[in-house]
Design a protein around this ligand. Structure first.
Ligand SMILES: Nc1ncnc2c1ncn2[C@@H]1O[C@H](COP(=O)(O)OP(=O)(O)OP(=O)(O)O)[C@@H](O)[C@H]1O
Length: 403
């Protein structure tokens, strides 16, 4: 084996088997007798679960916070330090930069590269541009063994030809302004998070919300989606209604289509693909109401856009990760919401699936009147937002401005 290798996997590859074989030392014979460590979101989730269940704080961040109250960047740095402190003889890193901003990516890359002067690093990645600079050989996994490959052989194609369905409603967007923040402030305890945020989103606009880990992107989203009590007493207008003037959370939620990468886990994996899309009309997980013919027609049109019409009766779980996300975006879009929120939607997608996902979002922005907020800490090469709203952290909380 060369010292540092990367295994490039697509979302269709059997990553579970790959990890299992790598971790057990069966795939690379030179590592069989050595003690390895595994840096991944799976490992992180295990520690977070332990912490939540048993109040164990095996790992704490630099600021001595628990993992569950830390940002993604803080968590990953803490996990890496913890693994290094166990003196591993090799390190497997999976999706090393997932959900990390540029500066956290740099920190993690530096630490891993320093570690690489002492022990072998095996990187599992589905993004070409995330391959660490000191990697000397690239492999693919065929389900059984590792096969040496070249960077140039990794290519893909991503297009949607059919037009998007029209909305069921006559007047799609009766609103003048979807979101209006004026000097919004949020603190958790003594700690200021957001400061003087002014942001206005009009119908049909396509925004990317960016900011480093912990800058308050998710907090800002919860102020919009009606889930954060800190929205009260602030100068916030949502769908032309001033916050705190008697609106219900439902009044707000009915106007929003929401997608986050975590949502995939919440769905019964046996639901049929077609039903999954129709259920978006009822905001339910699973289909318990009988849809109208018009609703079924729209769902079918979405299936055609995604080239999934022929397989609509198959289980959602039979789809690749990338296609599952496309189905969920269609599910969020069937009711033609005035606002579509996509929270870190490309996390863990490979290059091909990320390009596919971004192209669908661009198409929605072009062909519908739905406004979009695409939250991401990184620039997506294929994404074409009209505007970028960027949060910049500071001692008094993050400020935001249009980039
Ligand atoms: N309920 C809470 N109680 C205390 N602190 C919180 C709470 N929710 C968030 N925070 C803190 O507020 C800060 C902003 O968190 P938020 O999740 O909004 O950032 P983010 O930009 O979405 O980060 P990431 O990119 O890592 O997801 C973080 O430092 C986080 O630890």
């Amino acid at each position: 084996m060369q010292k540092h290798i990367a295994v490039y996997i697509s979302n269709n590859d059997d990553k579970e088997t790959l990890i299992e074989r790598l971790v057990s030392g069966h795939l690379i014979t030179e590592l069989t007798q050595l003690k390895g460590a595994f840096f991944s979101e799976i490992t992180l989730d295990k520690f977070i679960n332990e912490e939540r269940r048993h109040g164990l704080f095996d790992i704490t961040t630099e600021k001595k916070n628990s993992l569950s109250h830390s940002s993604e960047g803080e968590r990953k740095k803490a996990l890496l330090q913890h693994l290094i402190s166990q003196n591993p003889e090799y390190l497997i890193v999976d999706n090393i930069f997932g959900n990390l901003d540029t500066s956290s990516q740099q920190d993690i890359a530096n630490t891993v590269s320093q570690l690489g002067t002492r022990i072998p690093i095996i990187q599992i990645t589905n993004r070409k541009r995330e391959i660490l600079p000191f990697i000397t050989a690239l492999y693919r996994f065929d389900g059984e063994t590792l096969i040496k490959t070249k960077m140039e052989s990794l290519i893909w194609n991503s297009k949607f030809d059919a037009p998007l369905p029209a909305s069921l409603h006559q007047e799609v967007h009766p609103y003048n302004t979807l979101v209006k923040f004026h000097n919004v402030q949020v603190s958790y305890g003594e700690r200021p998070i957001l400061r003087d945020i002014c942001w206005e989103i009009k119908p049909g606009e396509f925004w990317q919300l960016m900011g480093p880990n912990g800058s308050g992107k998710s907090t800002l989203l919860t102020l919009i989606s009606g889930d954060n009590p800190k929205a009260y007493g602030q100068d916030i207008t949502l769908f032309d209604i001033k916050k705190g003037s008697g609106e219900s959370v439902w009044d707000i939620k009915k106007n929003i289509g929401f997608f986050s990468a975590d949502m995939v886990r919440g769905f019964a994996r046996l639901d049929a693909i077609g039903n999954m899309i129709v259920s978006g009309f009822f905001d339910s997980i699973g289909l318990y109401k009988t849809p109208t013919n018009a609703q079924i027609k729209i769902a079918h049109q979405w299936l055609q856009v995604l080239s999934l019409f022929e397989v609509r009766k198959q289980a959602f779980s039979s789809l690749s990760l990338g296609h599952q996300r496309l189905v969920l975006i269609a599910r969020a879009m069937v009711k033609s919401p005035p606002l579509l929120i996509l929270d870190e939607p490309t996390n863990a997608l490979d290059d091909a699936d990320a390009a596919l996902f971004c192209n669908l979002v661009n198409k929605i922005a072009r062909e519908t009147r739905t406004a979009i907020i695409f939250v991401s800490h990184r620039t997506e090469a294929d994404l074409k937002p009209d505007f970028v709203f960027e949060l910049t952290p500071g001692k008094q909380g993050s400020t935001g401005k249009m980039k």
